[in-house]
Every structure is written in structure tokens, then in C-alpha cells.
Ligand binder design. Structure first.
Ligand code: SF4
Length: 183
């Protein structure tokens, strides 16, 4: 990997996800130091930067869309990142959170906050500060254009490394046999 003159800016976020995909990113282990010679992290849970820079090179999205804030963050990433990557099953097809899609949202909220065992005098949260839940959980490609998809729950560190190093080298990312998996 030849070091580019200017480091690429990489932003990451977790929408409706469990952070397992971010853990897989960290599983790159000591190669993170090699990566940091070529990139700098912008908005990310790794940096705690809250806004995506307008000149971001790569955006990595974990998780699908379960509420209005997720949609806002995703659109912001698309607006500011030249390349957008869907990382993991939840971003690609909604994943585990999308299992709620076969039930009406009101039924789920009633069950969780009113009728679940152990709940007494429950109340569905209605603080205006809370993001509005969507009726269904959506994969991110339904809302914005996604350039690359890395499948898996979570994708392996090797798969993430391969895609990032391909992009840094100016190659079209390709997951060969052994790295393309869906579990
Ligand atoms: S794809 Fe799997 S590991 Fe990644 S956010 Fe979803 S549930 Fe978590």
C-alpha cells in the first residue's frame, strides 16, 4: 500500500445496529496503525466528532433505519461523503431489528410499554426530544445511493480490511471467495 500525500477522511456511524460491525472494524487490530498512516477518522464513535466534514472521502454505515434521526444522519453522510459503504446485514437488509416489520408499530409499543410482564402503569415515551420511530425498519439503500456493500453479521475484520485497502490503493473493492459471507 503506497501512502497517499493527503490522508483520506473516513467517517463511521451506527444507526439501528448493535456496534458489532464497529467491533469488527477494531478487530483489524494492529493493522489499524497502518491504516492510520493513510486515513484519519472524521465523525465516528471512535473519535466522538459529532458532524461529518463536508469533504469526507469514505462513509461507513452500520445499521438500518428505525427512526427519523437515522434517516437524517444517513442523508448527511451521503451529502458529505464521496463513497458510502453499507457495513453488515442491518445496513444492507435491516437485519435483526427488521424482525419487527411483521407487526404494526403500535402493537409493539403497547407490548413493550403496557402489557409486558413486569410493567405496571407503563407509558409510551413521548418526549419531543426522542426521534420518531418509523413504521418499519428499512435498509439504507432504500433511502440513499450506496456505493459498496460488505455483508455479514458482522463482516469479518479481513473483509473490512480488504475493502478499505482496495479503496486506498485506487482499486475497485472485491471480496473474493472466503471473505464474502452472510452469517
Ligand atoms: S450486522 Fe450484526 S453485528 Fe452488525 S450491527 Fe447488525 S446485528 Fe450488529
Amino acid at each position: 500500500m503506497t501512502a497517499p500525500k493527503k490522508k483520506l477522511k473516513v467517517a463511521t456511524t451506527s444507526l439501528a445496529g448493535c456496534f458489532g460491525c464497529h467491533m469488527s472494524l477494531l478487530d483489524i487490530d494492529e493493522r489499524l496503525f497502518t491504516l492510520l498512516e493513510h486515513i484519519e477518522f472524521d465523525r465516528s464513535p471512535l473519535t466522538d466528532i459529532k458532524e461529518v466534514s463536508p469533504d469526507c472521502d469514505i462513509g461507513i454505515i452500520e445499521g438500518g433505519l428505525c427512526n427519523a434521526e437515522n434517516v437524517h444522519v444517513l442523508r448527511d453522510f451521503r451529502k458529505n461523503c464521496k463513497i458510502l459503504i453499507a457495513l453488515g446485514a442491518c445496513a444492507i437488509n435491516g437485519g435483526l431489528p427488521a424482525q419487527r416489520n411483521h407487526l404494526p408499530l403500535t402493537t409493539i409499543l403497547e407490548e413493550v410499554y403496557h402489557t409486558s410482564p413486569g410493567v405496571s402503569n407503563g407509558m409510551i415515551p413521548n418526549d419531543p426530544e426522542l426521534p420518531l420511530p418509523l413504521d418499519q425498519v428499512h435498509p439504507i439503500h432504500e433511502v440513499v445511493k450506496i456505493d459498496y456493500f460488505i455483508p455479514g453479521c458482522p463482516p469479518s475484520a479481513e473483509a473490512i480490511w480488504k475493502v478499505l485497502t482496495d479503496l486506498l490503493a485506487g482499486r475497485e473493492p472485491e471480496l473474493g471467495h472466503g471473505l464474502m459471507h452472510y452469517d
